[in-house]
Structures are given as structure tokens and as C-alpha cells.
Design a protein. Structure first.
Length: 99
């Protein structure tokens, strides 16, 4: 039996979002961004005692999952929550935890 025929699109999306949130730094970033409209990566790096390259990798994971979006305002990058996907992730997690 092919697992693709059993796994729904919603389950795949929920797993992708969960994986992106699978590190405390990424959870922190999402909490930080949820409290404000947007934030520059430099401002985030001032909040966290980690290397900028490490933060960049965490931001990339969140962006690849579609939870945040980045807009280049040279020489900085402004990050915001992707509201549509964040709302979807919350809905999928809520459905999952209601099982």
C-alpha cells in the first residue's frame, strides 16, 4: 500500500508546519512576530544569543514552510508572519489535538 494514498494533504501540511516549529528558536521567532506587524532580522538577532548565520537558517526553515515571509529592504530583510498559512497551521493543529 502506498502511504501517499493514505496521507491527506492536510496531514502533510500539518507535518510541514510542525517540523518548522520543531525548534525552540523558531517557536520564539513566531511568538515575537505574532506580537508585532513585522521585524527586521537584525532586530531578531539582538534578541537572541545565537550566531546570525544560525538565526538565518531558522528563518529559512520558517520561510520554506510558508509560516513567514521575508521582504528585502536593502541592506536588511523584513520578516512578517504569513497570516494565511499561520491561520491554517493553527486550524490544522487544533483539529489534530481535538482527535
Amino acid at each position: 500500500m502506498n502511504s501517499d494514498s493514505v496521507i491527506s494533504e492536510q496531514q502533510q501540511k500539518a507535518a510541514r508546519y510542525a517540523k518548522a516549529l520543531g525548534h525552540p528558536v523558531r517557536v520564539y521567532v513566531m511568538e515575537l512576530l505574532s506580537k508585532q506587524a513585522c521585524c527586521y532580522s537584525g532586530d531578531i538577532s539582538e534578541e537572541l544569543p545565537i550566531a546570525k548565520s544560525t538565526l538565518s537558517q531558522h528563518l529559512k526553515e520558517l520561510k520554506d514552510a510558508g509560516l513567514i515571509q521575508g521582504e528585502i529592504e536593502a541592506p536588511r530583510i523584513k520578516y512578517c508572519i504569513n497570516r494565511e498559512n499561520w491561520d491554517e497551521a493553527q486550524r490544522l493543529f487544533k483539529q489534530f489535538f481535538m482527535i
